[in-house]
Design a binder for this molecule. Sequence first.
Ligand code: SF4
Ligand code: SF4
Ligand code: SF4
Length: 272
Amino acid sequence: MKKYIAPIIILLIFLTVAITLWLTKNNIFYLFNFTYIGVSIALGLFLLIKKYKHARRIVQLLVGLYMLVYLGFIRGENMQIEGFWYYLFTGVFEAATIHYAVAKIFGPLIFGRGWCGYACWTAMVLDFLPYKTPEKPRKKLGWIRYVTFALSLIFVSALFLSKVGNIEKIMFWAFVIGNAVYYAVGIIAAFAFKDNRAFCKYFCPVAVFLKPMSYFSLMRIKCDKSKCVNCGKCKKVCPMDVDMTDNSRKRKNGTECILCHECVKNCPKKAL
Ligand code: SF4
Ligand code: SF4
Ligand code: SF4
């Protein structure tokens, strides 16, 4: 049973959030929403422990499609960063605000960038592309994410300051167009840099939240130095260029780890 402790804890955390929000906000949607996400993630972790090779992709599709199609397109919640600013400005405690608080601001203190590995609907598509491990060295272009972050904030601030009407409708279309732009830029960047995760490394504004919080993450890939023979296989398969053989929190690209476990699966000495 000990090896199943992680999925059980994750499931219990999500069930606690689901029941607390359901009862405090008197809205059964929260019970359904967080139970669904918790069960999907716990199932993925269970399959991962069982060494099922498509475990991560299954969770990515279960959670990513649910958020994009059901929450985004059907329920009309803007779950992108613009939606977060929007609901924050209006002071409404809606799905996008809760989603950001749980998955991208406070959650990473526990599970790091697990969101990026197991749930993001942008990466869900990008991970189908051919460059699963980068074929070119990482570029120093991470500053672009701060520009996109600022642009998202300026866009929503401008909507509020100009007092335009029908802002809900604008936010819905911002979600549709924003996602189309993310996918287009992500796919072009993947082929240009020969790296499926180029969008995550250079362009994604959400990483501005994710990186500092995941620095303190409880869940981390650690290396048992007594077993490691420095063969370098782990670094070759890492999609995010992390130096996972260094256990320090300041390790190279440490805040980029998406907990995909590719390094763990490929270590011949079971050192990770
Ligand atoms: S960095 Fe951005 S696009 Fe990439 S997986 Fe994370 S949230 Fe998604
Ligand atoms: S390969 Fe290992 S270090 Fe790299 S992102 Fe995946 S889990 Fe993290
Ligand atoms: S694959 Fe394993 S043994 Fe090889 S360098 Fe990485 S941790 Fe060490």
